[in-house]
Design a protein around this ligand. Sequence first.
Ligand code: I3S
Length: 129
Amino acid sequence: CPSSPKHPSIPSEKCGVLNVTKITENGKKVRKNWTSSWTVLQGSSLLFAKGQGSGTSWKFGVNQSKPEFTVDLRGGSVDWASKDKSSKKHVIELKTRQGTDLLIQSEIDSVINDWYRVLTDTISTHAWE
Ligand code: I3S
């Protein structure tokens, strides 16, 4: 993945296109709104940019000064979503300490399996911060 032009010294560890929806925000249930997002993992932060589903270049800091939203993975958890959470295949449920829970999905099982592993590793790496 390319680095951010603003922070060239911070490498992004993983990036790609995923389908994402929030299911809770600050602990409150919100209506699902699946969107294709360019997703970047940087340290313990997971950043999402809307509307760049088919793009492959880093646009944070260029056309967009900020990603659409960012979640802090520290103290969070990931698991495969149960069937009642979504009718889609290959869905990860990501819970954050801030009370924002997301569903993350890809039709491509190798893609979602990679993200599952990387997110799990990231959460355990940063567990004691
Ligand atoms: O959990 P739900 O309510 O069955 O989620 C579905 C809805 O969000 C639906 O939109 P409406 O709010 O307009 O009904 C979405 O189109 C579906 O994709 C959601 O379900 P899945 O099973 O795809 O996560």
